[in-house]
Design a protein around this ligand. Structure first.
Ligand code: ADP
Ligand code: MG
Length: 262
């Protein structure tokens, strides 16, 4: 009996197979393959300009790639065929699956004219079509989860960067994503505000959220990641459990990169 195929397709919640991308002559992603299982935390590390954001955006279908394919929950939504022709699922299909993918960026991108609760509730009303009252209730619940219930009616300008980022996380979580993608969520923060955001992310990880986190916080990666992926010049130059990645004397590119964090 062959138990292989169907089970394997479902194995990864998100999977990149040989994803490549160029901007003009510059190869930004070179044949990246990566799979994330349910409840796993994958941290992506690497130098600035190595392609980390491009990869994350490709996983969320925010970026067109020119080679390879991305699967979300086993669903193939787009691929590039042998003749280099890009084939995509219908937009409605892509949006349906993309709704299961939450994203948090370096810049919090809150709407300045809406309160914290308003920011979290907005997509619930517009996209999920929840009645306002229900949306606000869920927004308050999510703000409570990130420790900001008492700031529900504050406008972003009244919030610290760390609080704004926690609102952005609450906003993503309110959509009930199956996977969360974080692109340097603490890089824009003053050092003393980094911890409160990482704490929220640690709690999420502990609760079993599937996460892909681009980060320069090596302590977080060492502590929380099931797997660390080191990207250098658009390629996966190392990948493995943190205890291997952070103590691999044989990989000189990795050692050179990590030296900046000691
Ligand atoms: P990282 O997130 O690791 O810093 P990025 O994925 O943002 O790296 O960028 C990888 C490379 O792609 C960089 O050299 C960057 O300059 C280039 N790049 C990113 N976006 C664009 C774009 N829209 N047009 C041209 N080059 C780009
Ligand atoms: Mg980046």
């Amino acid at each position: 009996m062959n138990l292989n195929t169907a089970a394997n397709v479902q194995e990864y919640l998100v999977e990149a197979r040989g994803v490549s991308k160029s901007y003009g002559p510059a190869r930004v992603l070179n044949n990246i393959s990566l799979g994330v299982r349910k409840s796993e935390v994958t941290c992506i590390i690497g130098p600035s300009g190595s392609g980390k954001s491009t990869l994350l955006r490709s996983l969320a279908f925010l970026e067109e790639y020119d080679g390879g394919e991305v699967l979300i929950e086993g669903e193939l939504l787009g691929y590039v065929d042998r003749d280099g022709v890009r084939v995509r699922a219908p937009l409605a299909e892509i949006n349906r699956v993309r709704r299961h993918v939450g994203m948090v960026f370096q810049q919090f991108n809150l709407w300045p004219h809406m309160t914290a609760a308003g920011n979290v509730a907005e997509a619930l009303v517009r996209v999920k079509k929840l009645p306002r009252r229900e949306a606000r209730e869920r927004a308050l619940h999510m703000l409570d989860k990130v420790g900001l219930l008492e700031k529900a009616d504050a406008y972003p300008i009244r919030l610290s960067g760390g609080q704004q980022q926690r609102v952005a996380i609450a906003r993503a979580l309110a959509m009930e994503p199956h996977i969360m993608l974080f692109d340097e969520p603490t890089s824009a923060l003053d050092p003393e505000l980094v911890g409160e955001v990482l704490q929220v992310m640690k709690t999420l990880a502990r609760e079993g959220m599937t996460m892909v986190v681009v980060t320069h916080e090596m302590g977080f990666a060492a502590q929380v990641a099931d797997r660390v992926v080191f990207i250098d010049k658009g390629e996966i130059a190392a990948s493995g459990p943190p205890r291997e990645i952070f103590h691999d004397p044989n990989n000189s590119r990795l050692q050179q990169f990590l030296q900046n964090y000691l």
